[in-house]
Write a protein that binds this ligand. Sequence first.
Ligand code: FES
Length: 139
Amino acid sequence: MGGVNPYIDKPEFRKPDRPFRITFHIEETGEKKSFAVNPSEIPYGHTGLEGSIMDLAEGAGIDIDHSCGGVCACATCHVKVREGMKSCSKATENEEDMLDTARDVEPDSRLSCQCVPDGSTDLIVEIPKWNKNLVQEGH
Ligand code: FES
């Protein structure tokens, strides 16, 4: 599922215009997966903003949880951008409000469906092992 949330400000971002590499660290499995981003192939999937970390993860064959369908209305897609944050779109107030509901938030935290790198540098992104939904559904 993809789309836009009509109840939030439209995020400003610039899609990547040059190839770069994004490396995902999947905390749950300890796996590291590196993916070469080709701007002409964006969007890779149908969830989140075009060229967002979530979109790039889909291209890399990694499924990041996305309860709201990638429209900035949950926090299940929380990731930590360990390197390359300077190339990422600025978080909107709506994104920051949603991030406030996530667990274990750090300065590197972003919602992967809203964070769009511009391709000016490579990225390292950590995907936390917990899942807010699973925690909630477990009770
Ligand atoms: Fe819900 Fe990103 S998937 S905010």
